[in-house]
Design a protein around this ligand. Structure first.
Ligand code: 6CS
Ligand code: FE
Length: 277
C-alpha cells in the first residue's frame, strides 16, 4: 500500500486516515476465525467488560497467534506506518477490541500517547495505530469517534480519577471503561466545538490509521452486531521506551525494525498452516 501525497497530507492535518476495502472477504474470514480462537482464551492478557461475561479486549494477539503475527508485519499496515512515521517501525502493542453485541462498553475520551508516556516512558508521540475493521462499523455498533486535528494539541489535561478499581492490576485502569487518563470534559468540549467530531464508518476490510495524540472515544454497542477491530500500534524504532515495566503483552520488548512480509502472506501462510479454507 503506497500512500499518495493527499493521503499523507490528510493524516498530518486531521490526525487520521481511513483506507477502505484493504482486505478481501477471504482474508477477513481468516481473521474472524483467528479472532474467535484468541477470544476463547482466558489469561491475564484478556480483559473482560465490567459485566464479567463479555470480553472487552485481548492484548498482544500477535504474540500468540501466527495469523495475527503475519498481519502485524503486513505491507498494507507497515508500509503506511513507515511512511507516516518516517522510518523503521515495530509493533509496540497489538489488541483485539471486540465491542460485543449488546454488552460492548464505552471507551472514555482519551489520547493513547499519554498512557505510553506516563506508564512506559515512551520518549515522543512518534507513534500511530492501525486498526483493521473485522466487522462493518456503522452508526449503531459503537463506532470509534475522533476529534480531527486534536493530535496537534499535545497531551491534554486529564483530572486524576478517584474511583479507579483497586482490586485489579494497576494497568487495568489503562484499558478498562474507567480510564486513568480521561480527558477533562471542559477541554474536550472546547476541542469538539473547535474541530468537530467524526466517526470513520466503513465496511469490514477497511484500515483506519490514527495518530497517538488524537482524542477519541466510543460509545456502548446497543446493537446486535459486533464491532471487532484488530489494532496494531507502530512505534518508530528510535522511540522505544528504555526500561518498560508493564507486561510484555501491553509493551512489546521486541523493538527490532519490521521487514514486511509479502502481500499475499495472510492466505499463503495460513494455507501452509492448513488454516485457510
Ligand atoms: O494503556 C495502554 O497501552 C492502552 N490504553 C489506552 C486507553 N489506549 C492505548 C492503549 O491501548
Ligand atoms: Fe485509545
Amino acid at each position: 500500500m503506497t500512500l499518495s501525497p493527499q493521503h499523507i497530507a490528510h493524516f498530518q492535518d486531521r490526525g487520521f486516515l481511513l483506507l477502505e476495502d484493504q482486505f478481501s472477504a477471504q482474508e477477513l474470514d481468516l481473521l474472524r476465525r483467528r479472532a474467535d480462537v484468541v477470544l476463547a482464551g482466558r489469561d491475564e492478557r484478556t480483559v473482560m467488560e465490567a459485566s464479567g461475561t463479555a470480553v472487552r479486549s485481548v492484548y498482544g494477539p500477535h504474540e500468540i497467534d501466527p495469523v495475527f503475527a503475519v498481519l502485524g508485519r503486513h505491507p498494507r499496515l507497515v508500509g503506511p506506518a513507515q511512511r507516516l512515521l518516517d522510518g523503521d517501525v515495530y509493533v509496540y502493542q497489538s489488541k483485539l477490541n471486540v465491542k460485543s453485541p449488546f454488552d460492548g462498553e464505552f471507551w472514555e475520551w482519551h489520547q493513547d500517547y499519554v498512557f505510553w508516556r506516563n506508564e512506559d516512558r515512551m520518549p515522543a508521540p512518534r507513534v500511530l495505530t492501525a486498526a483493521v475493521y473485522i466487522d462493518d462499523v456503522d452508526d449503531f455498533n459503537g463506532p470509534l469517534v475522533l476529534i480531527p486535528g486534536s493530535h496537534r494539541e499535545g497531551v491534554l489535561r486529564c483530572p486524576t480519577p478517584t474511583d479507579l478499581a483497586s482490586d485489579a492490576p494497576n494497568w487495568h485502569s489503562h484499558v478498562s471503561a474507567r480510564l486513568k487518563y480521561a480527558i477533562h470534559r471542559d477541554v474536550l468540549g472546547g476541542l469538539a466545538r473547535r474541530y468537530g467530531l467524526h466517526a470513520p464508518k466503513a465496511r469490514a476490510g477497511a484500515l483506519l490509521l490514527f495518530d497517538g495524540n488524537i482524542a477519541h472515544a466510543s460509545s456502548t454497542n446497543i446493537s446486535p452486531f459486533a464491532r471487532s477491530l484488530i489494532l496494531y500500534t507502530y512505534n518508530h524504532v528510535a522511540n522505544a521506551p528504555a526500561r518498560p515495566t508493564r507486561p510484555g503483552f501491553l509493551v512489546s520488548r521486541d523493538t527490532r525494525a519490521i521487514a514486511p512480509v509479502d502481500d499475499d502472506s495472510l492466505l499463503a501462510d495460513a494455507a501452509a498452516a492448513q488454516e485457510a479454507r
